[in-house]
Design a protein around this ligand. Structure first.
Ligand code: AN0
Ligand code: CP
Length: 315
């Protein structure tokens, strides 16, 4: 593996899930792989799990880690080519990416969707620029349209907990107080569509995911109908793709409750975190034995380790 930007960079999801589970059972087996090598982690946005888990995974592999908040720890970065730089951005990505590429063997980048210009967000400009100018493998720590390290951790979690060979997995939209990116939902759909599961998406009208991410997934508008018989309920809020970045409803009635979980087949609840308790999902569900949210977060270490290991093997 060279870059890890999406599921399209993965040859075989099951092999990568197996590599994650192997890392979980024997975390330091690959210590030699990262010896005398460095990974740089650049955050254009806040993070808790991604920063900690990626750093842990890198250290398990013997890598040194440099982590920076772009714009506060470093200069603000201009992404557009050919601009007259008299604005607030002091440095161009052309230089910044090239410089970090000299110091680091791998670079991870987190840069969320701006949610204003759909074409620009879906063109993934930040990642293209880093790919173009860093000259080293780039790892997606959540981009405008995807969060593949999260999706891989989700696949690992489903593999660990599935009660049947081909489980029913339901991605359900949840309420939120402000517009959020589609990245986590897009990415989860993209990985589920390539996994051996019965995959169903449910959301209020107007929250259809982009066709390239929804793929052939079955969309059921009635949330309760969608939840019937589910083995995994994956909750996430996202803003509208068609009316880009907008919140179309207050979402009341879409939260996950104990009563809704009772419609499932003793189903597990999943969420990438952070989650706003009781707005999106009740305390009762989050605090029940059926909630996998902490296991999912813990598996972020193993998804990052599986990916970094593959990249290191290719260096
Ligand atoms: C972010 C999002 O929805 O993309 C990060 C999730 C991992 N969530 C929030 O900003 C709450
Ligand atoms: N799930 C996830 O990526 O969490 P952070 O935004 O805290 O990194």
């Amino acid at each position: 593996m060279n870059h890890f930007l999406s599921v399209h960079d993965v040859t075989n999801i099951n092999d990568l899930v197996a590599a994650g589970l192997k890392a979980k059972s024997d975390p330091f087996a690959g210590q030699h792989l990262g010896k005398n090598k460095t990974i740089g982690l650049l955050f254009f946005n806040q993070s808790f799990r991604t920063r900690i888990s990626t750093q842990k995974a890198a250290e398990n592999l013997g890598l040194k880690v440099i982590s920076l908040n772009v714009g506060s720890d470093s200069w603000g970065l201009e992404m557009e080519d050919g601009v007259f730089m008299d604005g607030s951005k002091a440095e161009h990505v052309k230089e910044a990416a090239a410089v970090i590429g000299r110091f680091c063997n791998i670079v991870g980048v987190r840069s969320f969707a701006g949610l204003e210009d759909r074409d620009s967000d879906y063109a993934e400009q930040v990642f293209h620029q880093f790919k173009r100018y860093a000259g080293v493998p780039i790892v997606n720590l959540e981009s405008a349209t995807r969060h593949p390290l999260q999706s891989l951790a989700d696949c690992i979690t489903i593999a660990e907990y599935k009660p049947v060979e081909r489980p029913k997995v339901v991605l359900t939209w949840l309420p939120h107080i402000k517009p959020l990116p589609q990245a986590v939902a897009n990415s989860f759909a993209e990985w589920m569509n390539r996994s051996d599961v019965e995959f169903v998406i449910t959301h209020p009208e107007g929250y259809e995911l982009a066709p390239q991410f929804a793929g052939d997934a079955r969309v059921v508008c009635d949330q309760r109908e969608a939840l019937e018989g589910a083995h995994f309920v994956y909750g996430k809020n996202w803003s509208s793709y068609n009316r880009y970045g907008q919140m179309l409803t207050d979402g009341r009635g879409w939260e996950i409750t104990e009563e809704k979980m009772a419609l499932t087949d003793n189903g597990y609840f999943m969420h990438c975190l952070p989650v706003r308790r009781n707005l999106k999902v009740t305390d009762g569900v989050l605090d029940s034995p059926q909630s996998l949210v902490i296991e999912q977060a813990a598996n972020r270490e193993w998804s990052a380790q599986a990916v970094l290991r593959e990249i290191l093997l290719g260096l």
